[in-house]
Design a binder for this molecule. Sequence first.
Ligand code: TXA
Ligand code: MG
Length: 316
Amino acid sequence: MIVSNDVDQAVSELVNGKVIAIPTETVYGLAANIFDENAVRKIFELKERPLTNPLIVHIGSISQIERLIKGTFPKQFKMLATSFWPGPLTFLLDKNNEVPNLITANSDRVAIRMPSHPLLLKLLNKIEFPLAAPSANPYKRISSTEVGHVSKYFEGKLDFTLDGGKCDIGIESTIIGLEDGNVVIYRKGGISKCQLEAVLKTEVYYKSVQGSQLPGSALKHYAPSKKLIVTDDINKIVLINDSKRIGVIQFSDNLLAEEVKFKLFFRGDYEDASRNLFNYLHFLEQQDIDLIVCEKFPDKGIGVALNDRILRASSK
Ligand code: TXA
Ligand code: MG
């Protein structure tokens, strides 16, 4: 696999119908031209993802939206796009006939976002087509936040990765839609409910429904290959297990047991937690331990989305 920051080479791979890995500010993605059916099918194959699970469409400027949606861009979304695009916010919008059904898994709505990673924006503005890009991980596994994670999963299966360094945000975009005139959050992510409400000056609702058509709704998701326990009381879980065979991820740093094999701390720093949560899970799943114990985050700001990820990651 070629790993390079050469945007022109990335362009030519995509134009030639290839799937490549791309950096975004949230997580790495597996990208292809949304209009190239074979390339898009290849994304599903690489991820071993069912065709019923739709893909987010990535664009490089707001004007590209018109080509993809039916009707006009709703005014609430316009306000949010003005504040948060480019950035980790994805809109579900009524699609028009230009958008292939393969992308939306036959749904009438298409998910669209404008990412803020500078290399990716440069790439998006050099091509004539939007990019379909799910996170660069096999179905249900931990998302990739740096090139090493992508290689771990896809070495030998991908020809090219655009190297954009470590992802700044580290968890996926927030996915929202409109229901009865209200903005609803389908997937918690890089932009919090409070941030959306501050711009809209109205209440925003969480919608949690099970079903393959709803964003990130599979309960088991983002999972490491080792057993993961999520808890409010790290010390108790460590006490009842063999601490020498444990790796701990802690938001605070009040762990008493000295002999725990790996101790990873965020020391109360939310940005650090968001940037490194998946990174630490990748690290720990490769160590010679039996158990990963992760402390629950305070349920505020980005902590809400981080709890969503670790609870899914630990679900059976
Ligand atoms: O931050 C992100 O959003 C990353 C980066 C690469 O942009 N992408 C990402 O894609 O997280 P993915 O495929 O791993 O997760 C997207 C979620 C999936 O759960 C999918 O079901 C949902 O969004 N989704 C995509 N299109 C949809 C649609 N048309 N209707 C409902 N859900 C959709
Ligand atoms: Mg994903």
